[in-house]
Write a protein that binds this ligand. Sequence first.
Ligand SMILES: C[S@@+](CC[C@H](N)C(=O)[O-])C[C@H]1O[C@@H](n2cnc3c(N)ncnc32)[C@H](O)[C@@H]1O
Length: 257
Amino acid sequence: MADYQLPRTDGEARRLAIQSELLAEATETTLVAAGVARATSCIDIGCGTGDVMVAIAQRAPTARIVGLDLDTRPARARHGDRFELVTGDLFSASGAFDFVFSRYMLHHMADPAAAIAKMWELTEPGGTLAVVDIDQRGTTTYPLWEPYNKLEGHIRGLYERLGIDNFIGHKLPHLFERAGVGAPDGTEVIGVIRKVSELREFLPLLLDMVRDKLVANGVATTDEMRLLAADLATAGDQTSSYCYRPTAVGVWKQKPR
Ligand SMILES: C[S@@+](CC[C@H](N)C(=O)[O-])C[C@H]1O[C@@H](n2cnc3c(N)ncnc32)[C@H](O)[C@@H]1O
């Protein structure tokens, strides 16, 4: 059973929506390379705000698309005959789909190989499993803007303590093999660079996402959080520093018929 660590607030839904924009290229590239255009029955596992369901719908003109999540409220705005929302846990899911997709969920899983094996079970013969997930290691700013690097350092420390693997991106091909899926048919590694000032709304939301947990887990003090929040609030002034965001890794495999 899942133990999802992030908050379920309007701010977090907004953060996921901005993150979705940052991940749009990686998502689109992986969907297209994995052959989503051929899909007729899709499931987006851990659908969050449902942005990926819309991306799938745009590229798979006749597909029916299920969005599965422990909490489907952020995706309720997704209307249309082709969409169906299912509230539940991946590990209890059933059905057979010719396109199974999941973005930025595996790094929250205590046993990501077991999650991939379960996704493969939901993939019908001839269908494709595709995932996109994060590799946080390279993220930085240039010229260095300390508040960003401090925030990402705190997130790294927290996630290590919580057992969330934010470096999972480069491990995905091996995890496909370990899950019994086999070596992927293809991989994509996609990075994003934005001016820090363009991230002025995103960065405070990112801090909000982890602030209480950072303090509760002894990674940072309340005073440090207050100072960091004040620094991050000036992100809009950082018009000459560029942020290299964590890379997104896409991996996919077609199941033999
Ligand atoms: C970081 S969010 C990513 C959301 C979305 N895929 C995106 O990329 O915008 C991870 C999502 O996975 C969901 N989730 C976590 N564990 C799950 C599980 N065991 N079964 C179904 N959904 C799960 C969470 O509720 C959350 O919405």
